[in-house]
Design a protein. Structure first.
Length: 97
């Protein structure tokens, strides 16, 4: 089981917090997920199955070709940006180092 303190540490790094009972609920949910992963590990010859990387086969699908079209200039893109640095939009930092 994942310790509540570890969950609190991860939540702090992601800049949010929860009530103690919410951490307990999250602990229970992680416990279910870990048990499901253990069950999947017991499937014989699982390593021989290719992982699914797309929800459907692309063989029977046709995707449109990319086409060059109208585009915005740097000035047009930056015209609505409150903060700019070196022709780029500056956004607030959301992840701690």
């Amino acid at each position: 089981m994942i310790e509540k303190e570890k969950l609190k540490e991860y939540a702090h790094k992601l800049m949010f917090d929860m009530k103690d009972e919410e951490y307990e609920t999250l602990q229970k949910e992680f416990d279910v997920i870990l048990k499901q992963m253990e069950a999947i590990d017991k499937i014989p010859n699982l390593h021989e199955v290719s992982p699914m990387t797309f929800p459907f086969l692309l063989d029977d699908r046709s995707l449109r070709e990319d086409e060059v079209g109208d585009y915005l200039t740097v000035g047009e893109v930056l015209s609505n940006a409150k903060h700019q640095v070196n022709d780029q939009v500056k956004v607030p930092k959301v992840v701690e180092e």
